[in-house]
Design a protein around this ligand. Structure first.
Ligand code: AMP
Ligand code: ZN
Length: 113
């Protein structure tokens, strides 16, 4: 296993508040939520980030977004949420295992910071 926080979370070696899981994807509550809903949706397979993703990751990137949409419907935040991949240190990416932020449940300013 790569020395990776999110791989350890997926393996159950670091605790998390699970929101959703299937064969390909694990979703859990962000430990420092920036909105009433702030869930991280991650592929179970270790991919460092969007910049390192290849064509073989296309399906999992779609799956992450569809899982986010399902959680958004379940939480009744479909009047406004955002799905975000931070890419690279200037974007604030701090964990280098691909993860989709699902942020919603409040008004969201645009453009983001
Ligand atoms: P990013 O800054 O885009 O790489 O996002 C990483 C996210 O992971 C941040 O929003 C952190 O709050 C979150 N995070 C870091 N450690 C944990 C953890 N142990 N459990 C849940 N979320 C975490
Ligand atoms: Zn990982």
């Amino acid at each position: 296993m790569p020395d990776c926080l999110f791989c350890r979370i997926i393996a159950g070696k670091v605790p998390s508040k699970k929101v959703y899981e299937d064969e390909y994807v694990y979703a859990f509550e962000d430990i420092r939520p920036t909105a009433p809903t702030h869930v991280l949706v991650v592929p179970k397979r270790h991919v460092p980030g969007l910049n390192e993703a290849t064509a073989q990751d296309a399906e999992i990137i779609g799956r992450c977004n569809l899982v986010a949409a399902k959680i958004g419907r379940e939480r009744n935040i479909v009047d406004g949420y955002r799905t975000v991949f931070n890419v690279g240190p200037r974007s604030g990416q701090s964990v280098f295992h691909l993860h989709l932020h699902l942020v919603g449940g409040r008004d969201l300013a645009w453009p983001p910071g």
